[in-house]
Ligand binder design. Structure first.
Ligand SMILES: Nc1ncnc2c1ncn2[C@@H]1O[C@H](COP(=O)(O)OP(=O)(O)OP(=O)(O)O)[C@@H](O)[C@H]1O
Length: 813
């Protein structure tokens, strides 16, 4: 419909478009005044023709002769013009033509809206034709009322449809004109008739006075619109309905027209300049309008567009709208920050490298140094004909000659055609978390889960997207900076993501490393419904949590499937655009980041039970926004198994003690040559990048968590789906006498809430998980709740408290 409408609009516009001349102001004055004067000339000639026309008839044939003296007030020209327009043309309707000429002149002089002028010409011409035919219907061939055209058209039409046909055609013309131009409807006529009954007929017919007396609101509007339309016509107002309304009327039915008319009444009534301008804008913007409505929209699109127009996009942060992100001053500023170039050291190292290589007959054509926070990279270009492997084999010799630990030779540096020798600086500088967080690269990053890991060897801030990794494996010997690395990851996310956007599941078997994050439990942490602490320190609970994450993953996949989205970003964008109905279970999905601080410990104690869900999550969870970060001290093959390695393409290696460990984690040597204290190698499947990890100390983390923790939080931590392990399976033969003392209370709680979950009992009766779990078992044995249904709450089988009483009484009998 919309498509159709705009098409019509455009064609109407094109059809009646006058050629647009670009006139200068002077030309406008000349042309405009010419038209006004020509209009006046015509008018005078026509008026004179009414009196002198007959007398001048004979003079017309002698137009060239100066002897002949016509009676027309404008002499020969006047007589000729009036004969042309009135006698041989359209009859007295030609007066309208003179009016249109004057009007055109005025429009040009005043530089007014040409669209309106076009409309006046359109309607004026139609009225001229109609009047001419109308008068021709009654008049004779020579009658000046209808002119020759009016007469001829009439006789032509009468030959085909007869007199009655022509009169009906003329009537139809009037109706069409009123309907289109003034958007009248049948109801208008009915209302007018109705109001006439109410003794306001006279007011209506005089058309200059108010019509509305004693009718309901709707009627008042319509009657006014009708009246105003006549007002406008009489006053020759510039303001007439625009062409799009015409199309509306042609295409729409009477009901819609009524509403439109009532709504648009002010336009009809108003003769103000502002409205005129607005109309013009609408007309001139027409092409753009066509572009916008060209696309067919589905119903849901329309609804969501309307919702977005009414309420704006869904804002997940609204619940904590006043949440303040941690400020930079919570992070420590180090004095020793910034790279200091020790020229002496540089020179010394360079000489040593050159000398050592010379000793083995390796000539260097060029050497260049890049100073990083902990190491300096010397890039050398060996002379032609030198084997790269020869230099690579000299690693230990160079290390010996430089008497430094942690020398790494990169031969060749990928994409550069040089050989790199990384030599640790004597005085390394700390890369503060503050400097990386404050960096433009991090601040302006539009990554989904940006992590500022530290600085590269060329002193650039190293920012990676956890969402793209999609999981990260972190390994390194004890005391080399893993915990600091994890804190840097978490801090980065805290600085960039709102609590509504990301949730952490923290597993900390060491019990001390991540405890500080307890303070932000209700902001950023996710936990199992039945657990007291959000940070999991107990290995058996980890299994439940991992399985619960698997359930969450399955649930999310279901949501994505029903929303026809491929990943969480698309899903959330759709949800924000209000295209997904929350009543269908849709909700904004925060990213979930699972952090395991000591994975080796977990694998040792739980083995397959942990490995299976971790592998499952690692394989499948990337699309639905669950990302894993796993850290381990012992990067041995029985900890980082093949299946885990295969699903963790992004790896970070801090210093490890053996080459074998380095191979396990990086699939190559290198990690054993690091110098520790946050010196690390990062790989995402291809190149190794040496990065100095940003340092964030415990007091800094404490300040950040205090800052966040002191703000308004969600009522509780983000709840993961309930998972009940096999060990808590139900035994259905619970003896009535063995029932818990709180059995009846629990039954009342469950039946009242009609929700069979252990966590509900925990909350309402203030119980621990185990007791609540036992109570649920007993309730199931008593037939009050249904069997365990995975992530969903159990079904409650008793509808209300009376039924519960009956049920329990029957049991005792
Ligand atoms: N990025 C860094 N910059 C400077 N010093 C660092 C950095 N990372 C770690 N360190 C130093 O190394 C020490 C040990 O770091 P961290 O506690 O992170 O090691 P870890 O690998 O977690 O050890 P563990 O496995 O025993 O817990 C820190 O106390 C700090 O002094």
């Amino acid at each position: 419909m919309a498509k159709k409408k705009t098409k019509t609009k455009t064609s109407t516009n094109k059809k009646f478009k006058l050629p647009s001349f670009q006139l200068s102001s002077q030309q406008k004055l000349v042309f405009g005044s010419f038209l006004v004067i020509f209009g006046i000339v015509l008018c005078i000639a026509f008026v004179s023709f009414l009196f002198t026309g007959e007398a001048d008839q004979s003079t017309l044939s002698d137009f060239a002769s100066r002897e002949v003296k016509p009676k027309n007030w404008l002499s020969k020209t006047g007589a000729w013009l009036s004969d042309l327009f009135i006698q041989r043309g359209f009859g007295i309707a030609s007066f309208i033509f003179s009016g249109l000429c004057c009007l055109s002149g005025v429009y040009i002089l005043t530089e007014s809206n040409k669209t309106k002028l076009r409309k006046h010409w359109f309607w004026g011409t139609l009225i001229i034709i109609w009047l001419s035919v109308f008068f021709g219907f009654f008049g004779a061939k020579t009658d000046i009322l209808g002119g020759t055209i009016g007469y001829e058209v009439n006789s032509y039409l009468q030959d085909y449809i007869g007199k009655i046909g022509v009169s009906l055609l003329l009537l139809f013309g009037v109706i069409t004109y009123l309907a289109i131009r003034f958007r009248l409807t049948f109801q208008n006529f009915a209302n007018v008739f109705y109001s006439a009954k109410k003794d306001i007929k006279d007011e209506f017919t005089t058309a200059n006075e108010d019509i509305v007396v004693g009718v309901d609101n709707n009627l008042t509007d319509e009657a006014e619109a009708f009246k105003s339309a006549f007002d406008i016509k009489e006053k020759e107002s510039i303001n007439v309905p625009v062409e799009d309304n015409i199309d509306d009327d042609i295409l729409g039915d009477s009901v819609t027209l009524n509403t439109v008319e009532a709504e648009e009444k002010p336009v009809l009534n108003s003769t103000s300049l502002e409205v005129n301008i607005a109309e013009e804008e609408i007309e001139e913007d027409l092409d753009i309008e066509v572009e916008q409505v060209a696309e067919e929209q589905s119903e849901t699109d329309n609804l969501s567009d309307k919702l977005v127009a009414d309420f704006g996009q869904f804002d997940p942060t609204l619940e904590l709208a006043k949440y303040q992100f941690p400020t930079l001053d919570l992070l420590k500023k180090y004095d020793s920050e910034g790279i200091t170039i020790n020229q002496e050291e540089l020179e010394e190292n360079k000489n040593r490298i050159v000398d050592t290589l010379k000793n083995y007959n390796i000539g260097i054509s060029n050497i260049k140094a890049t100073i990083g926070p902990t190491v300096t990279l010397y890039e050398i270009v060996p002379e032609a004909g030198i084997r790269i492997s020869k230099i690579k084999n000299l690693e230990d010799d160079i290390a010996l000659s430089l008497s430094a630990l942690g020398i790494r030779i990169i031969a060749p540096i990928p994409g550069k055609g040089t050989i790199g020798i990384e030599v640790p600086n004597k005085n390394s500088t700390i890369v503060s978390m503050r400097s990386v967080i404050a960096s433009k690269k991090f601040q302006s990053s539009d990554m989904q889960l940006p992590i500022a890991l530290g600085k590269t060897i060329s002193n650039e801030t190293f920012v990676v997207d956890l969402a793209k990794m999609p999981h990260m494996l972190m390994a390194g010997a004890t005391g080399q900076g893993k915990s600091v690395g994890l804190n840097a990851v978490l801090t980065s996310l805290l600085y960039k993501k709102h609590p509504a956007e990301v949730k952490f599941v923290l597993v900390d078997p060491k019990k001390v490393e991540l405890t500080l994050f307890n303070k932000i439990e209700r902001h950023y942490l996710a936990k199992l419904p039945d657990s007291e602490d959000a940070i999991i320190t107990d290995n058996t609970k980890v299994i439940n949590t991992l399985n619960s994450l698997c359930i969450e993953m399955d649930n999310r996949y279901e949501l994505l499937k029903s929303a026809m989205c491929r990943n969480i970003a698309e899903y959330n964008a759709k949800f924000k655009a209000r295209k997904l109905n929350p009543n269908d279970g849709h909700q904004f999905l925060p990213y979930i980041v699972l952090v395991v601080d000591e994975f080796a410990d977990l694998i040792m104690t739980a083995g397959k039970e942990v490995e299976t869900p971790i592998a499952r999550l690692a394989q499948l969870a990337r699309a639905i926004g669950i990302h894993l970060i796993i850290a381990t001290q012992r990067p041995s093959v029985n900890v980082i198994t093949g299946i885990i390695k295969a699903n963790f393409p992004a790896r970070i290696a801090f210093r490890v003690t053996s080459k074998i460990d380095s191979r396990t984690i990086l699939d190559g040597a290198g990690a054993d040559q690091l110098i520790g204290r946050g010196d690390m190698l990062y790989t995402q499947g291809n190149d190794l990048i040496r990065v100095q990890c940003a340092f964030v100390d415990t007091p800094e983390v404490e300040r950040i968590t205090d800052f966040i923790g002191s703000q308004k939080a969600y009522p509780e931590a983000y709840m993961l789906p309930e998972f009940v392990g096999e060990e808590s399976g139900t035994s259905l033969d619970v003896d009535i006498s063995d029932r818990d003392k709180l059995f009846k209370d629990a039954a009342i709680v469950i039946v009242t809430a009609q929700q069979g979950s252990a966590s509900l009992l925990q909350r309402k009766l203030k119980l621990g998980y185990n007791r609540a779990g036992r109570l649920i078992d007993q309730l199931e044995a008593a037939g009050i709740v249904g069997p365990f249904e995975g992530s969903k709450a159990r079904q409650v089988l008793i509808p209300d408290l009376t039924a519960l009483d009956n049920h329990l009484e029957n049991e005792i009998q």
